[in-house]
Write a protein that binds this ligand. Structure first.
Ligand code: PHE
Length: 441
């Protein structure tokens, strides 16, 4: 009877109430003076670029629902690190200082750009990663902690990218003293013994190298012991999550470590797991930059930290084929899962896709792909499965540039009629012209 109850889709209901916020020009006319977020009003300015498709998500807290795949995965990781303090429910509104400066991001880091992150105004943004809370949690004196939260990044639209996703940060702090290092050694011996008894093959890289240097203020032996503790702790987490599951049955779990770079850790690593015939990037981690601990007022310590994306891992473990499904309110999705259990998603029917191409002349002031993607998301919600720029050319005489985007419309829970898809596309086209002054071809 669900079908009978469903209201026929009206493209207008997705129209944002502050649509001009999509306009990224320095002066943005028609922007409302304030926007309401999580029960409070915030002033807008020329940096404001958050859309209503995003603000609607701020209070969903999917990762806190015990029987939602994201909540289940969160609890499985929390169960693994059972002696860590599990933190959650922290507001996604942070200052750019917290998200970037405190962690040593350079002034010109691309993540800071309006095209890459969502700003409420120049002094307030949506966190782009859970590392934004490192200083605050360290300053509380937490020695072993996990923090789960929703994070936001402007990005492309396809089956594995969504502008809102979830991360889990984890960290462990040791006193930089002989007693602290004895604690690390003891833990390393315990974890090594556990891993030696397990069906796991690890491809490692040196804890420290010329390309993955230690920190000048660190005792080299301390840094090596802590990096080893990080690797052993995460190899053991990988075993809990991926070991002995279908696709790896009988075969040892393969984990590989790769040197990486993050402004707030060194040495830094990425972890990949071989699953269903492919290497999958699972998380980033490293030895925390001393300036983070100093800023948090816990200077005489040494720490490791990691950050993992919950969607990516949940899509693999639960066999969820499209990232939009996490946001589905369809009982055929939601009733499949039970608290504490990783089970395989049984797809209900996949409805037919319908492509529409939109071609236009780009205004002289330019237009970023992410502005187009956000406008599509804001206009048609999750009915856009993916959006790709499929063609671009510059006219030899007028020097104007034309672009063509292909929008693939498909609903997760019903069939869209051609008429409805045409309406959706017409709404996108008219808003593109309105918000960015593009000339439709
Ligand atoms: N914050 C990083 C990201 O979002 C991940 C990370 C966390 C890396 C902690 C190192 C330490 O990609």
């Amino acid at each position: 009877m669900l079908v009978a109850l469903r209201v026929r889709y009206n493209p207008l209901i997705f129209r944002t109430t502050f649509k001009s916020c999509l306009c990224l020009s320095t002066s943005a006319p028609n922007k409302p003076p304030t926007i309401p977020l999580l029960g409070q009003k915030y002033p807008t300015d020329s940096s404001t670029n958050i859309t209503s498709a995003i603000t609607d998500k701020l209070a969903r807290n999917l990762y806190l629902e015990p029987a939602h795949p994201l909540g289940i995965l969160r609890s499985v990781v929390e169960r693994h690190f059972s002696d860590f303090t599990a933190l959650s429910g922290w507001s996604p509104l942070v200052t750019p200082s917290k998200n970037f400066d405190d962690l040593g991001f350079p002034e010109d880091h691309p993540g800071r750009a309006l095209t890459d992150s969502y700003y409420i105004n120049r002094d307030l943004m949506l966190r782009t990663h859970t590392s934004a809370h490192e200083v605050e949690v360290f300053s509380r004196g937490e020695r072993r902690w996990l923090l789960s939260a929703d994070v936001y990044r402007r990005d492309e639209i396809d089956a594995s990218h969504y502008p809102v996703f979830h991360q889990m940060e984890g960290a462990r702090v040791f006193p930089a003293t002989p007693a602290g290092m004895a604690e690390v050694e003891e833990d390393n011996a315990r974890l090594t013994a556990h891993l030696e008894r397990s069906n796991i093959v690890i491809e490692d890289v040196p804890h420290i190298s010329a390309t993955n240097p230690p920190q000048p203020t660190h005792d080299l032996r301390h840094a090596e012991l802590v990096a080893l503790n990080l690797k052993l702790s995460l190899n053991s987490l990988m075993l809990s999550l991926f070991g002995g599951r279908t696709g790896t049955s009988g075969e040892p779990l393969r984990v590989r470590w790769i040197e990486a770079y993050f402004p707030f850790t060194t040495p830094s690593f990425e972890v990949e797991v071989f699953f269903h015939g492919k290497w999958l990037e699972i998380l980033g981690c490293g030895v925390v930059q001393q300036q983070t601990l100093n800023r948090a007022n816990v200077p005489d310590n040494i720490s490791w930290a990691f950050g993992l994306g919950l969607e990516r891992i949940a899509m693999i473990l639960f066999s969820i084929p499209d990232i939009r499904l996490f946001w589905s309110k369809d009982p055929r999705f939601l009733t499949q899962f039970a608290a504490g259990e990783i089970t395989t998603f049984k797809p209900y029917s996949k409805y037919p896709p319908c492509y529409k191409d939109v071609s236009f002349w780009v205004p002289d002031t330019g237009l970023h792909d992410n502005d187009v993607f956000d406008l599509v998301r804001d206009t048609v919600g999750d009915l856009a499965e993916d959006v790709k720029m499929i063609d671009t050319f510059t006219h030899p005489k007028s020097h104007r540039t034309s672009r063509c985007y292909r929008i693939n419309y498909r609903s997760m829970d019903r069939s869209l009629s051609n008429e409805e898809t045409n309406d959706l596309n017409a709404a996108v086209v008219s808003r593109l012209a309105e918000a960015f002054g593009v000339e439709i071809r």
